[in-house]
Design a protein around this ligand. Structure first.
Ligand code: PLP
Length: 367
């Protein structure tokens, strides 16, 4: 009799994957400790909560939920196209930007290919690469960020895709527009460059790369963005990719037809117009960042200067222990040992009082 062995049946790439480690949910810690008022600064979520405009629009959408969503996301794509001066045919929508990143890899990469990303880069890049059975090439970081010349040097005839997060998570490091442009210019046209701009809205306007404009000169460039961070919709799952129309067309064939649901489509549409909420998010983030940076300076703690909505702080070899101790104090942050940063903790920027709770707890634990 043949024995059933799921692991043997699974694709090799998937067999050897480790599951994604998400930030610890508030409810889970509440159950474990039997306490309330937990502060979660672990998943780079927007501390303002959902925008009132979005909330009202969601209420209005509930009545239509018996129907399938618009598989083509007509209204959302039209809004995005107008706002960012691109063509709707360049846009691919996703159930969060992770969905489009995975879809892109599934569309273009196979087990014969290599995929390049940086050390300390977002874990989804190695994850989607490995799931396909492709070979991931992690290029050692420079000052915690991308070493672009080294990444160029890592390109081989087998390279099919390069992932770059700008700003990067979990380090918050940022590449200037000039450095990025100089890099993309030198990448062969048959290698896709994926620019993940999940934290785009937090970058000061003067420093943002005109990445969407570059697609006209570099058809191998694709740009992904999300509604999970500055737009405050992490729980709904909404993201998008802007690319050459041919890239979008191919992804559209491989895509699940209803990968964005009716609520996330509507929420994203309304959020795009909600400038007040966006500006407030950016202002709260800037103030909270200063609060945490000031704390680090006072405490003599090293931190990685960040362009995102989080700060990665060097707390020393006891980082893992401190993470656990912070949980006991009701504060959830993110250990980043899995990112080869065993001495750091990543702290998302919260509301002023949440940041203060974290600061008080860490100060107490550090003695
Ligand atoms: C948070 C984040 C995303 C966004 O993920 P969603 O699936 O859109 O929620 C993408 N890339 C990076 C680097 C991130 O940190």
């Amino acid at each position: 009799m043949t024995q059933f062995d799921a692991k043997q049946l699974a694709n090799v790439g998937v067999r050897n994957l480790s599951p994604y480690q998400a930030g610890k949910p508030i409810e889970e810690l509440e159950r474990e400790l039997g306490i309330r008022d937990i502060v979660k600064l672990a998943s780079n979520e927007n501390p303002l909560g959902i925008s009132p405009l979005v909330k009202a629009a969601l209420q209005d959408t509930l009545a239509g939920l018996a129907r399938y969503p618009d598989a083509n996301g007509f209204y959302l794509k039209s809004k995005l196209a107008k706002k960012f001066a691109v063509d709707t045919a360049q846009i691919t929508l996703g159930n969060g930007s992770n969905d489009v990143l995975e879809l892109l890899a599934r569309t273009f990469v196979n087990d014969q290919h290599e995929v390049i990303f940086a050390q300390h880069a977002f874990v989804v890049y190695p994850l989607v690469t490995q799931a396909i059975g492709a070979k991931g090439i992690a290029v050692p970081a420079k000052d915690y960020g991308h070493d672009l010349p080294a990444m160029l040097a890592a390109i081989t005839p087998k390279t099919r895709m390069i992932f770059i997060a700008n700003p990067n998570n979990p380090t918050g490091t940022f590449l200037t527009s000039e450095a990025l442009h100089d890099f993309i210019r030198q990448v062969p046209a048959n290698v896709l460059v994926v620019l993940d701009e999940a934290y785009y809205e937090y970058v000061p306007e003067a420093e943002r790369a005109p990445s969407l404009e570059w697609i006209a000169s570099f058809p191998n460039l694709v740009v992904s963005r999300t509604f999970s961070k500055a737009y405050g919709l992490a729980g709904l799952r909404a993201g998008y990719m802007v690319s050459h129309p041919d890239v979008a067309d191919l992804m559209n064939r491989a895509r699940q037809p209803f990968n964005m649901n009716s609520l996330s489509l509507k929420a994203a549409e309304v959020a795009l117009d909600d400038d007040d909420y966006l500006h407030k998010s950016i202002a709260v983030n800037a103030a909270g960042m200063q609060q945490l940076v000031d704390f680090c300076e006072r405490q003599g703690l090293n931190y990685i200067p960040s362009y995102g909505n989080f700060l990665t702080i060097e707390v020393g070899e006891k980082a893992g222990e401190l993470y656990q101790q912070l949980l006991q104090e009701g504060v959830i942050v993110r250990p980043v040992a899995g990112y080869e940063l065993p001495r750091h903790l990543r702290v998302s920027i919260g509301l002023p009082e949440e940041n203060e709770t974290f600061i008080r707890a860490l100060t107490k634990l550090l003695g």
